[in-house]
Write a protein that binds this ligand. Structure first.
Ligand code: ADP
Ligand code: MG
Length: 310
């Protein structure tokens, strides 16, 4: 298998107009590589284009243009192999109410052409904690159980890539933990690449090795989680002194830059220190503060814009 589980090049998607809805461009030329064996987060507010991207990867939505390679197979050249390499747990709870969980898994396996001897419906039911509901009607299942069944369905054809679209939206904490445990186990024990979408930074932070932030159909940032959190953590406090600036005795984790207009810009990590500590240093040096303002790293601005839009 190639080094990347997924390779996306200049991917564009415009949904055709329907009824009184105008045409809508959901993806504006996305480039993204997702390393094989990683737990990868697609982070972005509602409407950013996450589901569109995932549904294109899964072969459920037709792209407008661009290239998508799944598990080393170009979607357009090897559609069957690229579909077989990926399993998707969709955002919508789209279960047939007349199928029992076991039947739903069997039907799904049939759709993917998994021969009877390779089916592992009982093992999957066990893993998702639905063994005792194996023969219950889907309509009698709780929301959390339905979501777990959707996870099970995504696994029937033994994909090497598992995609979870907003897996914890509306899910209580117990189910969420069970889901995360299962997902980590699949990643660790089978080397399965896990891709999940979320609009919660904390969730991506907890689960993912790498994160791409998507907004308005574009990838705006992509980095490993630690580096990304580090960048988002950065703050700048700008002070315009009244009168001459004195020598300052600053903590080693605060960087100072004097700007052209005489402003002093202090940059620090909010996890390490805070604006009050910096202001104290400035006052202790006898500097009179004329005006003060905080600035955030670009990424933080971007992320704040993202999360408030979501
Ligand atoms: P996300 O999953 O990040 O919330 P989506 O991919 O669902 O974002 O949506 C991206 C944009 O595409 C949104 O503006 C949404 O309204 C639009 N969109 C999604 N699906 C359709 C569709 N089937 N027809 C028309 N527009 C759609
Ligand atoms: Mg979505």
């Amino acid at each position: 298998m190639s080094k990347n589980a997924i390779e996306i090049r200049d991917l564009k998607k415009t949904y055709a107009p329907s009824g009184n809805q105008p045409a809508k461009t959901a993806l504006h030329g996305v480039d993204l590589d997702i390393p094989a064996g990683s737990i990868f987060g697609l982070l972005g507010p509602n409407g950013a284009g996450k589901s569109t991207m995932i549904n294109i990867m899964a072969g459920l939505v037709n792209k407008t243009s661009g290239n998508v390679t799944i598990g080393g197979f170009d979607q357009d050249v090897n559609p069957r192999q690229s579909r077989a390499a990926i399993g998707v747990m969709p955002q919508e709870l789209n279960l047939d109410p007349f199928f029992t969980p076991r039947a739903a898994l069997e039907v799904q396996a049939g759709l993917y052409g998994v021969p009877a001897r390779d089916r592992r419906s009982d093992e999957i039911l066990e893993m998702i904690g639905l063994t005792d509901k194996a023969h219950a009607y889907a309509r009698t299942l709780s929301g959390g159980m339905r979501r777990r069944l959707l996870l099970g369905k995504a696994l029937v054809h033994h994909p090497e890539i598992l995609v979870l679209d907003e897996p914890t939206a509306g899910v209580d904490i117990e189910i969420r933990q069970m889901l995360w445990e299962n997902v980590r186990k699949l990643n660790r024990e089978r080397g399965m690449t896990i891709i999940l979408t979320t609009h919660y930074l904390e969730e991506a932070e907890e689960m993912c090795d790498e994160i791409a932030i998507i907004n308005h159909g574009k990838v705006i940032v992509r980095d490993n989680t630690a580096a990304l959190i580090g960048r988002m953590d950065q703050k700048t406090l700008v002070i315009w002194p009244d009168g001459p600036a004195a020598a300052l005795d600053l903590p080693s984790n605060v960087a100072l830059e004097t700007r052209n207009d005489g402003a002093l810009a202090f940059t620090y990590r909010s996890s390490e220190t805070n604006a009050n500590a910096v202001l104290d240093c400035v006052r202790n040096a006898g500097v009179v503060i004329g005006d003060v303002r905080t600035e955030q790293a670009d990424l933080q601005d971007a992320f704040l814009a993202l999360t408030t839009a979501g």
